[in-house]
Design a protein around this ligand. Structure first.
Ligand SMILES: NC(=O)C1=CN([C@@H]2O[C@H](COP(=O)(O)OP(=O)(O)OC[C@H]3O[C@@H](n4cnc5c(N)ncnc54)[C@H](O)[C@@H]3O)[C@@H](O)[C@H]2O)C=CC1
Ligand SMILES: CC(=O)C(=O)O
Ligand SMILES: [Mg+2]
Length: 371
């Protein structure tokens, strides 16, 4: 099977789907790997390293898309890439289809088989291909909050950790999963007071045990969210229902109750966001204000630290890519339930229940299509 790696074209997206080292692994297994010239530059990998690893370098994105049996990307295809989608190809990348109606239709109309990194799911519920980027985004979100709390950046001029004799900042983390726990660890490390709110009480028990510092854990309900958000200097949105649109748990009224110059980083924006006033932003124009509250809603946060993110992503995706490329898709899906859960569309049919329910589209369970 040919594996193709086009250059990412989303705003300020510097990650690349395969490192030269990963290309070498695929080539050693007998695959041809087609890499677009310049695809790795943003992550610090020149074309020469890909050539040494055995990749075939192609100048145009169209040539990579046309010749590859499996396209590996980082971000969901952008509208200008929809024309490349075909029936006889596998697309393996982040997709976030619950927040991408047009892309969902484009995949269905083209008959493309797509596997979303973020819905590959182990039997215990863990999301192994989302996890590394959630670790990055969770850690970054605290840098974001600290940055925008500074006066010159529009914030209320508060230091996360305070100083002796002056109260530290209050950071509220909505959803204590991978993003949330990484955010909490960073914020606690900087001396902030952190409140983590989650529906999963076992998760809160665990977090209370492993995290140290000024930490409060709260069950997720309207009252707890309203009270916490009102007093927060920073709010980090990190709830997820895998594959589905994020539940909106912070209302416009709650945002209006926050102090001017406080900051919301809605990391869950790639699934639609968990704050009523959130709308997607780009690295080139990352924030806007509503009710005097700074909103940061960048959908590809890890793209800003590509050297870390590309390696972290490859650690997780390469074993799956090797399995698909070696065994072929059908065989790989039969042998690997976690990968089968990642399939969102198969040959023009929607196989994700969560996406079907979000967009009111018919879906067919994968098991029915595989016979
Ligand atoms: N903007 C960006 O660049 C990035 C965004 N993300 C996104 O961040 C979000 C979170 O991802 P992960 O932490 O990996 O997910 P996760 O599954 O590890 O954690 C989600 C947590 O939300 C909790 N939750 C669900 N409903 C809730 C509710 N109503 N109230 C409170 N808690 C609730 C769950 O119990 C779980 O603990 C996802 O949408 C993911 O795609 C991840 C990486 C980068
Ligand atoms: C998960 C995701 O959307 C990202 O890493 O950009
Ligand atoms: Mg998106």
């Amino acid at each position: 099977m040919n594996v193709g790696v086009p250059k990412e074209i989303k705003d300020n997206e510097y990650r690349v789907a395969l490192t030269p080292g990963s290309v070498g692994m695929l080539v050693r297994e007998g695959m041809e790997v087609l890499v677009q010239c310049g695809a790795g530059e943003g992550s610090g990998f020149p074309d020469s390293e890909y050539r040494l690893s055995g990749a075939t370098l192609l100048r145009d994105a169209s040539a990579v898309w046309e010749r590859a049996g499996m396209i590996m990307k980082v971000k969901e295809p952008q509208p200008s890439e929809y024309a490349y989608l075909r029936k006889d190809m596998i697309l393996f990348t982040y997709l976030h289809l619950a927040a991408e109606y047009e892309l969902t239709l484009a995949l269905l109309n083209a008959g493309t088989t797509s596997i979303a990194y973020e819905t590959v799911q182990l039997d215990n519920g863990a999301l192994p291909l989302l996890m590394p980027m959630s670790e990055v985004a969770g850690r970054m979100s605290v840098q974001v909050v600290a940055h925008y709390l500074e006066k010159e950046n529009g914030g209320r001029g508060k230091l996360l950790g305070g100083v002796p004799g002056v109260r530290q900042a209050d950071v509220v983390v909505l959803g204590g999963g991978i993003v949330g726990s990484n955010a909490a660890r960073m914020a606690l490390g900087m001396g902030a007071h952190v409140t983590i709110i989650d529906t999963n009480l076992d998760r809160l028990r665990y977090l209370e045990e492993v995290l140290h510092g000024h930490l409060t854990t709260l069950g997720s309900n309207h009252q707890n969210i309203e009270d916490s958000v009102r007093h927060a200097d920073g709010v980090i949105g990190s709830v997820l229902i895998p594959g589905a649109k994020a539940p909106v748990i912070v209302s416009r009224e709650m945002v209006a109750s926050m102090k001017p110059g406080s900051v919301i980083a809605d990391v869950a924006i790639d699934q639609g966001g968990c704050v009523e006033t959130s709308k997607p932003t780009k690295h080139s124009d990352p924030v806007y204000q509503i009710h005097g509250v700074i909103h940061y809603c960048v959908t590809n946060m890890p793209g800003a630290v590509p050297r870390t993110s590309t390696y972290a992503l490859n650690n997780a995706t390469l074993p799956y890519a090797l399995r698909i490329a070696k065994a072929g898709l059908k065989q790989a899906l039969c042998g690997e339930a976690s990968l089968a859960r990642g399939v969102n569309t198969l040959e023009g049919r929607l196989t994700s229940r969560a996406v079907g329910e979000t967009h009111s589209l018919d879906y067919v369970p994968l098991s029915k299509m595989m016979g």
